[in-house]
Design a protein around this ligand. Sequence first.
Ligand SMILES: Nc1nc2c(c(=O)[nH]1)N[C@H]1C(S)=C(S)[C@@H](COP(=O)(O)OP(=O)(O)OC[C@H]3O[C@@H](n4cnc5c(=O)[nH]c(N)nc54)[C@H](O)[C@@H]3O)O[C@H]1N2
Ligand SMILES: Nc1nc2c(c(=O)[nH]1)N[C@H]1C(S)=C(S)[C@@H](COP(=O)(O)OP(=O)(O)OC[C@H]3O[C@@H](n4cnc5c(=O)[nH]c(N)nc54)[C@H](O)[C@@H]3O)O[C@H]1N2
Ligand code: SF4
Ligand SMILES: [Mo]
Length: 750
Amino acid sequence: MAENKTTFCRICEPLCGMIATVEDGTLLSLRPDKENPLSKGFACPKGITFSEIVNDPDRVLHPLRKNEFGEFERVSWETAMAEITEKLTAVYKRDGASGIGWYFGNPATFSTGHTLWVANFTTLLGTPHVYSAGSQDVNNRFVASHFLYGTPVAAPIPDINRVQFLVIIGANPVVSHGSVMSSPRIREGLTAITKRGGQVLVIDPRRTETAREFDWQPIVPDTDALLLLSLLHVMFDEKLADDDRLRRQATGVDAIRSLATSYPPETTSERTGIDADTVRELARKLVRTDRAAVYGRVGTSLGRTGTLTTALLDIVNLVAGNLDAVGGAMFGDLGIPGQRAGVTAMQHVPNFVWNGRRSRVGGLPQVLGTAPASLMAKEMQTPGKWQLKALFVSAGNPVLSVPNGDELVKALGGLDLMVSLDFYQNETNAHADYILPTTTMYERADFLIPFQPLFTTPFKQATDAVIPPMGESREEWQIVNDLVAALAQQAPALGGLHLFNKLAARIGKPWTPTRLSDLVVRLGTGGNRFGLRRGGLTFGKLLDEFPHGTIVADHLEPDQLRKFVTHRHRKMRLNAPELLAEIDRVDPDADPAYPLRLIGMREIRSENSWQHNAPLLLRGGRTHSARIHPTDASVRGLDEGDLVTVTSRHGQIALPISVTDDIKPGVVAIPHGWGHNGTGGWTKANGAATNDLGSGGANVNALISSDPEDLERLAGMANMTGVPIQVTPLEQSIRARLATEIPEMVDFGE
Ligand SMILES: Nc1nc2c(c(=O)[nH]1)N[C@H]1C(S)=C(S)[C@@H](COP(=O)(O)OP(=O)(O)OC[C@H]3O[C@@H](n4cnc5c(=O)[nH]c(N)nc54)[C@H](O)[C@@H]3O)O[C@H]1N2
Ligand SMILES: Nc1nc2c(c(=O)[nH]1)N[C@H]1C(S)=C(S)[C@@H](COP(=O)(O)OP(=O)(O)OC[C@H]3O[C@@H](n4cnc5c(=O)[nH]c(N)nc54)[C@H](O)[C@@H]3O)O[C@H]1N2
Ligand code: SF4
Ligand SMILES: [Mo]
């Protein structure tokens, strides 16, 4: 008989409540949970469609091994693990830990067991080759926080429930549902701001789905740092800032004040495309509105100075009096006692502290123990000590999500061993020697520790697995434990961990993600503190008494800075020399050969590269197209739907265009996550977005540079926005290329 189980979605950050209908261990369907106190019956199409992914006939349900003909064949777990152990041991014996690497992708973040077990494994192994989606997403946030607060993990979030003036710079929450903030029903949250008489202003090169519902201020891509510097200029110049408050909260204010002197809005407006009066008004309004905040995300992270730009967002909030204040940009926390001591200690762990290590190729600093993923291919192909020879990829598709996928494909071919932990064959693990099948989120218990401080209304929810693992799939942490056991003989630190795992199991308390989560729940806000707080929460209690989750505080608390800032006098530090040195990169470069600027965009029915195989999300047909302004189209003789070649200094792709007024002239937006070229096993994704060129869409990251020189210097971020490009009619460019490459064969019939 079918039964309903309460759980939550773990595709993106609001973690919406879900009701799973299950019969005989099969997930029949999902619907939004009306009783979830925050998401209250909301879920997006991706969330509801997820049962199609769980039950996808294309799913990998058994360990696969690549045979001599380059095809995957089913093998047993025992065979797969024995062979992987043997090959891994050989690499370890020859090259040491630094021959072995790991890339974990975005979905790893949505599983406490996955992230922490992998982090533990790679840290104890001691390899410098740890990579993640973070260098294409958010690592700049960690580095900005490292400089400003003395801890990478503090991140201000907009106080959505109380803010009166919210300026969204480079984020599209109506589509993305919010990022570096967990705020279910975000669209409603934003609408409530205008309903209570406030304003939401979206500063974005594209009139996005969010901008359409609120106020839109277009901006030239990758000039946000200039805008923010001009806002600071006005705040200081017009003496709007509360100097006393500033001095209480921060050091290095004078350095910022003097820096901002050089950026009056009158001098930056030509570059940002925002006129000086608008900037002055904006600065005044940010200061004078009681309860205002600026909030940025992917659009402000992927430019050439992502770390500086993000730091400037916080500094603008600070100078306007809106940081760590009610209705402004606020800080959540886990509510665990002694956190400051914890983060202070973390700042001394070489593996985790910023720049504790630099990459072998390019010499870029490590962020939270990870190196820039853009460098992976070169780390595999550059001979010498520390050359990467064996790679694990879990929950990631870097061939599509990281710059220069072709280079990566080539490099993967040269590895001694590549192992994937995934439930799909994607464009990346198509090049693996083994694919180890993992469970989906509904086949595992979870309590997502990293998202706790990011809830705009502090909230806690835990879930059990709603169905047992499908096929022979296993959870990532279990696979990692097996790898630990496999290498225990070789690497002493892993030997210690293996012993610990064995002892814990022997005394009947195996160390699991649930046990770890329980610890965090007990110690954190509302937790039972191991009996010290009567009636407090435990993991079990969350499951049994609060299956829909529970709000643990009505609001975020102000005045938190002093609790976690590790700098002297517990003050923010605004003048880190490394940060200020980034100033020389803030001016966009001009290249007449590439007059347009590329930006990214997310689609409501896509999740990065991996949900294009769900029929419901493909319904009505999908296209993959470049959004371009009518002026830019017409000067090129282009019409709606025409096929074009998009060229950058680094690569070229072909796809159709959509002509739209909803974009700033000179800017072209192309969604990432496409480029399903038939190597992946997702048959429907491969057949989606069909046009005259074929199907599967184009991989926009072919246009992006993986050259270390082109990476953002402080966090190794890939520069994926504001990239200079040119767009030409496809036919014309094919003719030009053919004419130069093979002139004797060209007959245009003219
Ligand atoms: N439907 C859906 N939701 C998702 C995802 C998805 O793929 N699909 N992905 C999830 C993930 S992994 C993440 S990290 C989050 C991201 O969440 P968001 O950051 O909210 O999402 P994006 O759509 O990337 O928004 C970036 C915005 O920045 C703008 N932009 C680009 N360049 C610039 C610039 O130079 N300056 C300014 N001011 N704006 C710029 C873009 O036009 C875009 O509107 O979304 C998550 N949610
Ligand atoms: N040009 C451009 N490129 C971008 C971005 C952009 O805005 N523009 N955004 C960047 C951002 S923000 C991100 S986060 C990255 C994402 O990039 P990645 O994380 O590298 O790739 P995804 O497309 O998220 O692929 C996820 C893979 O994980 C698998 N998977 C899903 N759930 C699980 C699970 O529970 N366990 C396991 N083991 N596997 C699972 C899926 O089958 C899929 O193969 O892309 C980045 N790339
Ligand atoms: S917005 Fe959609 S994908 Fe994101 S958590 Fe909610 S239901 Fe899941
Ligand atoms: Mo992301």
